[in-house]
Write a protein that binds this ligand. Structure first.
Ligand SMILES: Cc1cc2nc3c(=O)[nH]c(=O)nc-3n(C[C@H](O)[C@H](O)[C@H](O)COP(=O)(O)OP(=O)(O)OC[C@H]3O[C@@H](n4cnc5c(N)ncnc54)[C@H](O)[C@@H]3O)c2cc1C
Length: 378
């Protein structure tokens, strides 16, 4: 059995790790030219079933490196005003571990270099008469397998072909996703799990990505064959511009300056936090979510992660759910590989279960959106 995974995001790579571990022939095709091709470095909280699923797919020998290259994600959630005066406490949360998407993606690539091809943008797939499926890429090449998994994110071309009616809604949130190197001055802004700054017109959410150890040094010691990027700890922040601003400029310095003009009289530490944001790792943020889809007739093509159930980041569940999908699908395909199940029956079972918890997570994230982005939900 050969499995074609479209997309080397964290969900697709997690699945590939699990399949490789199970001895299944897996190939991953990624549209980008390499792992460094675009902005990737934001903090992702992983815990509960998502973390268990990630550990299930990742080889045992990499578990210590996963632990060492992440950070603490627990403590009080504070709400403060724009002068940093405490308004209230939302309670202590134990959120599992804080990971950086870019670091995690490097870790998930470990041992897969012979299974992954970059620069392969899927344009369509074709189901063949013998039951297999052919992936067709923009460069004119193709690949054939027994199952094609669309792990190709929120704009998934696989979903658009498989489920043309499926709808993804983009909220007009005027969001900014910033990243500022963590210094002593900024460390106290986030004493616990996270801090909400409830200003009069602008709301900011602050989270800290403080690596237990520099990821590249942890890799050199714990798994020298794995290359993790040299990256420093940072404060990740999300801000929503006031409603009278029509759109977030695509250019980061212009977007940052627009935000600065709206918070000029805020506490100097907050102004400085925005001023010192890292141009390469900051961007506009569009909040999107998928409308629920009913189960479709199972074919040798399926979906995983944001490709099927993209959700707002408000619940901190998108990546966790993608890992859960990866582990569930991996278990289903392992049973097929062992001759214990038929391919389409196993895939259908995966799809039905995934749709249920996946869209429950979308609904839960949407319910939490007002606290995360009040302007976006107005
Ligand atoms: C600000 C922010 C904070 C978040 N915080 C959290 C959090 O705390 N906890 C949490 O669980 N989740 C969080 N999430 C959500 C999480 O990041 C996503 O759910 C997760 O990255 C989805 O993974 P994925 O593999 O499904 O998709 P992606 O990571 O989007 O990967 C898709 C891949 O497919 C590739 N691709 C696309 N089209 C093609 C094509 N045609 N051919 C080949 N390849 C293609 C893309 O280049 C990409 O590499 C957050 C998201 C944001 C934006």
């Amino acid at each position: 059995m050969r499995v074609l995974v479209i997309g080397a995001g964290i969900g697709g790579l997690c699945l590939a790790q699990g399949l490789r571990r199970a001895g299944i022939d897996v190939r991953v095709y990624e549209r980008e030219e390499g792992i460094h091709a675009r902005y990737q470095g934001f903090r992702i909280g992983i815990g509960g079933p998502g973390l268990e699923a990630l550990r299930e797919c990742l080889p045992q020998r990499l578990h210590p490196l996963l632990e060492a290259s992440t950070g603490e994600l627990s403590g009080e959630r504070l709400v403060v005003d724009e002068q940093l005066c405490e308004i209230r406490r939302l309670g202590v949360l134990h959120g599992g571990m804080a990971t950086d998407r870019h670091v995690l993606r490097h870790l998930l690539l470990a041992g897969l270099t012979d299974r992954i091809e970059f620069g392969k943008r899927l344009v369509r797939y074709t189901e063949l008469p013998d039951g297999t499926v052919r992936a067709e890429f923009a460069d004119g090449t193709s690949a054939t397998g027994d199952l094609l998994v669309g792990a190709d994110g929120g704009n998934s071309p696989v979903r658009r072909q498989l489920l043309p009616e499926a709808e993804v809604v983009a909220l007009d949130g005027r969001g900014l996703l910033g990243r500022t190197p963590l210094t002593e001055r900024f460390a106290d802004l986030v004493p616990g799990f996270g801090t909400v700054v409830a200003g009069p017109e602008v709301r900011m959410l602050l989270g800290k990505m403080e690596f237990r150890r520099p990821p590249h040094l942890a890799a050199a010691e714990l798994a020298p064959d794995v290359e993790l990027p040299e990256t420093g700890s940072y404060v990740r922040w999300v801000a929503f511009l006031p409603e009278y601003i029509d759109a977030v400029p695509a250019d980061w310095p212009a977007a940052r300056d627009l935000l600065l003009s709206g918070i000029a009289d805020w506490h100097p530490d907050l102004v400085e936090l925005v001023r010192r944001s890292d141009v390469v790792n900051s961007s506009g943020l569009t909040v999107r979510y998928a409308e629920p889809v009913p189960h479709w007739g199972t074919r040798p093509v399926t979906l995983l992660g944001d490709a099927v159930h993209i959700m707002p980041p408000s619940g901190g569940m998108g990546a966790n759910t993608a890992f859960r999908d990866a582990a569930l699908l991996c278990r289903a395909l392992t049973a097929v590989h062992r001759g214990e199940a038929q391919l389409l029956t196993a895939v259908e079972r995966y799809e039905r279960e995934m749709l249920e918890y996946g869209f429950a997570a979308v609904a839960e994230s949407l319910a939490q959106l007002p606290a995360f982005a009040p302007a976006a939900s107005a």
